[in-house]
Write a protein that binds this ligand. Sequence first.
Ligand code: AGP
Length: 611
Amino acid sequence: MCGIVGYIGPDEGREILMNGLARLEYRGYDSAGIAMVGADGRLQIVRCEGKLSGLGGKLASNPVSGTVGVAHTRWATHGRPSEENAHPHRCGPFALVHNGIIENYASLKQELEKGGHHFASQTDTEVIVALLESERRKTNGYKQAVRNTLKKLKGSYAVVIINEEEPDMLVAARKESPLILGLADSSFFLASDVPAILPYTRRVVYLNDEEVVFLSREGYSIESLLDGEERNPEPQQVNWNPIMAEKAGYKHFMLKEIYEQPRAVIDTFRSVVDLDRKEVVFPELNLGKAVLDKIERVFIVACGTSYHAALVAKYMIEGLCRVPVEVDLASEFRSRDPILDDNVLLLVISQSGETADTRAALKEGLDKGAHCRAIVNVVGSSIARLAQGVLYTHAGPEIGVASTKAFTTQLVALYLLAVHWAAQTGKQPRETIEQCVQELIELPGKMERILSDTDKIDAWAKHFKDFKDFLYLARGPLYPIALEGALKLKEISYIHAEGYAAGEMKHGPIALIDAEMPVMVLLRRGPLFEKMISNIQEVRARDGIILALIEGEPSEIVGPDQNQFVIQPSSEWLSPVLFSLPLQLLAYHVAVLRGTDVDQPRNLAKSVTVE
Ligand code: AGP
C-alpha cells in the first residue's frame, strides 16, 4: 500500500530514489512522484499517473536533481489514480509523501478550508502537508511544527517530509505503517521496506510507532512523538542481499519465486530441524512445553493466502496435537470481540508482517491476555515486533504480488510448529515425530521434480486460457489448496475461479457445471480418494471438464492421461505444499498467455497496510 523512499547524503539522489521506487513498486502502482531540493535551493516536483515507467519518461524531459529527496509509488485510497492525487503533495516550502490513511482528514480539511486553504487533490495526504504549513506559520521552529502536526492526525501513517527552507534535513515519522531507516557511511535512507535500500546498505533501524526521525547530512536523531524522549535503537544487519530482490533472468518475479520454493523450504526448516536427532527446536518462538501444556484452544488468524495456510494448519495441529483450532479471517476476528484468555494460543500469519487487519487481530489477542505468536517472512516488521515470539519463514523477499514461496514456506513453518508441539506434549510417539522430520527432509526433492516437468501445465494453460470460469475441488488438508489455486488464478489472470470443499459441491456449485466449466480436482491417495472419484463422476455426468492433480500415478477412472498431472506421494500434512506448485504455474502461464501484468495485477498491492 504505497511505497515511500527518502534520501539524504553526498551523492546525486535521483537514481537512488528511482531505484528504490522500482523495488517498492509491488506496493502500489497507480501513480508515482519525486521531489528534490535542487542546487538553486528550490523544490522540484515531478509526478505522473500510472506506473513508474511513466515517471521515468517524464523525468527524461523534466529532470530533477539534488542530494536530498523523497519519492512515492501509490496505491489509491482517497482520490482516484491521477496526477493531481499523486504524491509528493506540496504546500509552501514543504513536500510530503505518505503511506496510510488519515481518518480525521475531513474535519482537518474543513478547518484548513475555513482558514482559506485551497486543496488541489482529493487525498487525505494533502491535508497533512497543508496542516504542517499552517502549524509552521504559528509555531516557532520547524521541528515543533512537525510534532504539532503529527499529534493532530488520527489513523495510520508513514511520512517523509522535505523542506526547501531547511534543505539539509529530512523528517520522517510512522504510526501503524512501516518505515525503516537505512544507514550507510555518510548517507541516510528511508523506505517502506528493505528491498528499496539493499543496493546501498544492509544496516537498518526499524522505526517504532509514534517515533519521529530527523535526518541531517551529519547524522540522525529519533524521538518519541508523545513525550519527546530521545530513542537510541540499535541498528540491525539485514541478511537479505540485493540479488535476492532481482529477477535473475526470469521473465517475472512470480516465476522466479515459484522456482525458488525448494530452496526457500530448505532455508525455513534448516535452522530449526536437528537432522541427526530428527527433532524440531525453535527458541525464538518462545513456545516451550510449559506454555504448550496450558493451551486449550488455538486461533489462527490471517488474510488472503496466509489465511489459506492457516486453514491447512487446522488439519495439521488438530491431527498431530489433538488441540481444537479455530481459523479466522483477521478482518472478521478483530471485529467480533473473540473470547480469548491465557489458555488460548493466538497465532497470526503474515508474509509482510504489516497487514493492518492481522496486526489489529494480534493487538486484540495481546490486550485479552492470550499467548500471541506470529509466523512472518519480513524480519523486523510490525507484526514480528509486536508478537511474543516469532517463527520466521525464510522465503527471502517476495516481490510478485501473488504470493507463492511465502505460502509454501508458511505451510512448512506451520508443520514444524505442529511437529514440535506433538513432540513436546507427547501427543505423538517418537517414531511418528522422526517420520514427520524425514518426510520434511524429502520434500524439497519432490518439489524439484514437480517443477522440472511442467509440459502438461503449459498445455493446459494454452487450452483453457480463454475459459470464463474455473472450479477447484478438494477435501481434507487439500481443500485450502483448492481455495488458494482459485485465488491465484483470479488475482493474476482475472478469470473467475472458485475453490470448494468437494463435499459441498452438491449443495450448490453443481448447478454451474456444464461443458464450459473446467473443474480442477486435487486427488490424494487415501481415505478421501473414493469420495473424490464420486465427485468426478458427478461433474462428468453434467459434461464438466475434469483436470486432475493426482498423487502417485494417473488413474483410468479419472479420465484421459493428458488431463492428469502426477504429484509425488507425500504425507497428508505435506502434500498441500506439493499440490500448490502446479496450481501456481497454471495461474502464471494462463496470465502470461492472456497478457496480464503478472507481477503487478490490477487493483492489488502486495501488502495491505490499510483497513
Ligand atoms: C495473495 O496472493 C495476496 N498477495 C494476498 O492475499 C496476501 O496473501 C494477503 O494480503 C496477506 O498478506 P500478508 O501475508 O503479508 O499478511
